[in-house]
Design a protein around this ligand. Structure first.
Ligand code: ACO
Length: 448
């Protein structure tokens, strides 16, 4: 199979959201801390009738319908998620309901979990399958689904929720350049979920930021090395049209891209203009550790990176800023934002992605974009995702209501024997929602 990659995609996020500006005021944070300091506009969250299973049922059904894919045509289904509803039964098995109905039970794949990285692991599994001898000619389907919620405190505004479905096959408009892939994996306690009775993570926010940037540096250096080995020339920021980052909050994405600019300046790459090189020169002798601590470097590199950030990163930031951290779906929602914003200009362009999951696992990889043929064209993918309309038709709720929902969900997490309020009122038609968890913890869903 040639040009294996993403042939189609769709995204779903809950219609309820809270404005960061309102949350800031409610929490008594200084004005601008969440909106400018973290760079976030709005945050989506699951109401009591939605969860990672309902969101993934919704997005898979929608993708199959909108691209007219026969469910029998799916041969592998992989889910990436870090939202644990069951310690044994995979989310994938819930999704089998859609396929069983059409007589298709011959579908490989289960769930992958490691913080925000599970979706990337699932994606690589599907791409590798299509490229392998075990491929039976059918499509792979990747689902990234998460509800990111934090305990009261500074991490709470970095939540979010969404599910994304990616259809994988040959002749893809979003094709993998599998040679250009570099990983960094290590054992760290930066963000983890050891308390199985709570949905909330234990998080060392500052450590997680540094780990993210260290993993980014390491992946970028490895990717540059691999590129140079294959191409016989230096790789720099100029060799990719866009950079897409896992986005816990937008400020970290700004810092990350600035870090790549700093890397290029230390390597004396041609991507960096003379003025910026001069400004960054005093920092070129810093040790790794010193460079992560230096506030001056952070400031100067962000200034130097600004014009390149606006061109190469800003078009990827729409949904991560509007929906929040979607964990496994966050990186792919950023890619979806790029397709939404630039679909007509992307053919022939290289896009580099950086996936990070705490704990930690990280990979940087490269995609080549092509126009594609209907229904699998970039233009049609943008049309199907209908991002502008989905964002516009959301309902803003006040912070008090958001917090009330989180309190209810704290009680519901791991609970049995309850029915939901059946208030599917806000949900658009076609959305799945949770109706009941019975005395044996079995979950029941309906479709609106
Ligand atoms: N106006 C403008 N900017 C402000 C204001 C204000 N009024 N107040 C603060 N800021 C800035 C700060 O200067 C800082 O920016 P800087 O880093 O550029 O200096 C930023 O806002 C955040 O302020 P902090 O005081 O650093 O924030 P705090 O420590 O309270 O929390 C954190 C931020 C650590 C990111 C927290 O939200 C968190 O733990 N989130 C979850 C962890 C996370 O997302 N990690 C990322 C990778 S792992 C993953 O994906 C889960």
């Amino acid at each position: 199979a040639k040009n294996v990659g993403i042939v189609a995609m769709d995204i779903y996020f809950p219609p309820s959201c809270v404005k960061q500006e309102a949350l800031e005021a409610h929490d008594g944070a200084s004005k601008g801390k969440y909106t400018i300091g973290l760079g976030q506009d709005c945050m989506a969250f699951c109401s009591e009738v939605e969860d990672v299973i309902s969101m993934s049922l919704t997005v898979v059904t929608s993708l199959l319908e909108k691209y007219k894919i026969d469910p029998k045509q799916i041969g592998r289904l992989e889910v990436g998620s870090e939202t644990v509803i069951d310690k044994s039964k995979s989310i994938k098995t819930f999704l089998m309901q859609i396929f069983e109905e059409h007589g298709n039970t011959d579908i490989e794949g289960v769930d992958s979990t490691n913080a925000c990285y599970g979706g990337t692991a699932a994606l690589f599994n599907c791409v590798n399958w299509v490229e392998s001898n075990s491929w039976d000619g059918r499509y792979g389907l990747v689902v990234c689904t998460d509800s990111a919620v934090y305990a009261e405190g500074p991490a709470r505004p970095t939540g979010g929720a969404a599910a994304i479905a990616l259809l994988i096959g040959p002749d893809a408009p979003i094709a993998f350049e599998s040679k250009y892939r570099a990983s960094h994996m290590a054992h760290v306690y930066d963000f983890y979920k050891p308390n199985l009775a709570s949905e909330y993570p234990v998080v060392d926010g500052k450590l997680s930021q540094t780990c993210y940037l260290m993993a980014l540096d390491s992946c970028y250096k490895q990717l540059c090395k691999k590129y140079e080995k294959f191409e016989g020339k230096q790789f720099s920021i100029s060799d990719a049209e866009y950079f897409v980052f896992h986005s816990p909050y937008n400020k970290l994405v700004q810092k990350s891209f600035a870090r790549l600019v700093y890397n290029d300046s230390v390597r004396n790459a041609s991507s960096i203009d003379k003025a910026s090189k001069e400004k960054l020169a005093p920092f070129s002798t810093l040790s790794g550790d010193e460079s992560y601590q230096s506030r001056d470097l952070e400031k100067v590199s962000q200034q130097a990176a600004k014009p390149l950030y606006d061109a190469k990163v800003q078009p990827t930031t729409l949904m991560p800023k509007q929906v929040g951290n979607m964990y496994t779906a966050s990186l792919y929602a950023a890619l979806a934002s790029l397709i939404h914003n630039k679909s007509s200009e992307l053919a022939g362009k290289r896009v580099v992605l950086f996936s990070y999951g705490s704990g930690l696992t990280a990979t940087m990889f490269s995609l080549q974009l092509r126009e594609g043929e209907h229904p699998f064209s970039l233009a049609n993918i943008a049309r199907v995702m209908n991002v502008a309309e989905k964002l516009k038709s959301r309902h803003e709720v006040v912070p008090e209501k958001f917090i009330e929902t989180l309190k209810l969900m704290e009680h519901r997490y791991g609970a049995k024997d309850f029915v939901t309020s059946k208030d599917s009122g806000l949900l658009p038609p076609g959305t799945y929602y949770l109706t009941e968890v019975d005395s044996l913890y079995r979950r029941f869903y309906s479709k609106k």
